[in-house]
Design a protein around this ligand. Structure first.
Ligand code: G3P
Ligand code: MG
Length: 246
């Protein structure tokens, strides 16, 4: 099995529940409480700028509405996604992928970059993200793990940046998920905690895949999963899980 540099606790959407999701503030908080790795979601703006956002619309996290794939990057990057979370975060805007990667490097955070294409933009999103990463070079980017629920997106990213390790994201374990992960040359399989069984973890490990699990907020669950041989968990409560593991 490949050398595995990833810690067991990965802050979900940057800082988990401790900060507005997918923001630079989240990265700062994750680093401050002792995280060494984060996960974030990347989607393309209308003009092809990769930015950190989970949903296809602004509605849930901003005080404005609109469709990410129909808005320009400059407008998205000026959109406040802090205030809605808590007024203390007012002024926190959607980061560009470039800004997030830079900040991860500065803070010493490894990054699981989840390619989250808007519907119908799978290949384009993977290609743009892959090209952007390839243009940076290994000493200009943080330790990276690429992932996606979209086969087309991950495949396109790998075609541009084949040296970056990747994981296959699946909502549930299946033989098909193992096949896809293997075919794409993945080092890991990322599975939802709901419905996960010890036998699924064993089956993935048997074909040489690490298993990462989302979203795990209860320390008792994290300990049970570690006992099954899970390599790490994505959590909204890195504060609780880091303490539990220490
Ligand atoms: O990458 C793990 C997890 O983030 C996948 O689910 O919907 O939170 O992006 P989601
Ligand atoms: Mg995600």
């Amino acid at each position: 099995m490949l050398r595995w540099p990833w810690p067991k606790v990965i802050a979900h959407r940057c800082g988990g529940a401790l900060a507005p999701e997918n923001t630079l503030a989240g990265l700062a908080i994750a680093a401050r409480i002792g995280c060494r790795a984060v996960e974030f979601d990347v989607m393309l703006s209308r003009d092809g700028e990769p930015v950190l956002i989970h949903d296809e619309t602004l509605d849930r996290c901003a005080n404005s509405s609109g469709t990410v794939a129909a808005l320009d990057g400059a407008l998205l990057m000026a959109t406040d996604v802090g205030e809605r979370f808590h007024h203390a975060f007012a002024g926190e805007t959607i980061p560009s992928l470039d800004a997030a990667l830079r900040r991860c490097r500065e803070l010493g955070l490894a990054a699981n970059l989840e390619i989250k294409p808007a519907q119908g933009h799978d290949v384009e999103t993977g290609r743009v993200v892959g090209r952007r990463l390839a243009s940076l070079g290994p000493d200009q980017r943080p330790a990276l793990l690429l992932s996606s629920f979209s086969e087309g997106a991950l495949e396109a990213a790998v075609a541009e940046a084949g040296d970056i390790p990747r994981g296959w994201l699946a909502p549930a374990f299946s033989a098909g998920a193992l096949d896809t992960a293997t075919r794409l040359g993945c080092v890991s399989l990322h599975l939802a905690v709901e419905g996960l069984e010890a036998a699924h973890v064993a089956a993935a490990r048997a074909v040489g895949l690490r298993v990462l699990v989302y979203t795990v907020n209860d320390p008792a669950d994290a300990r049970r999963l570690a006992g099954w041989g899970v390599s790490g968990v994505f959590t909204d409560r890195p504060d609780l899980l880091l303490d539990a593991i220490r």
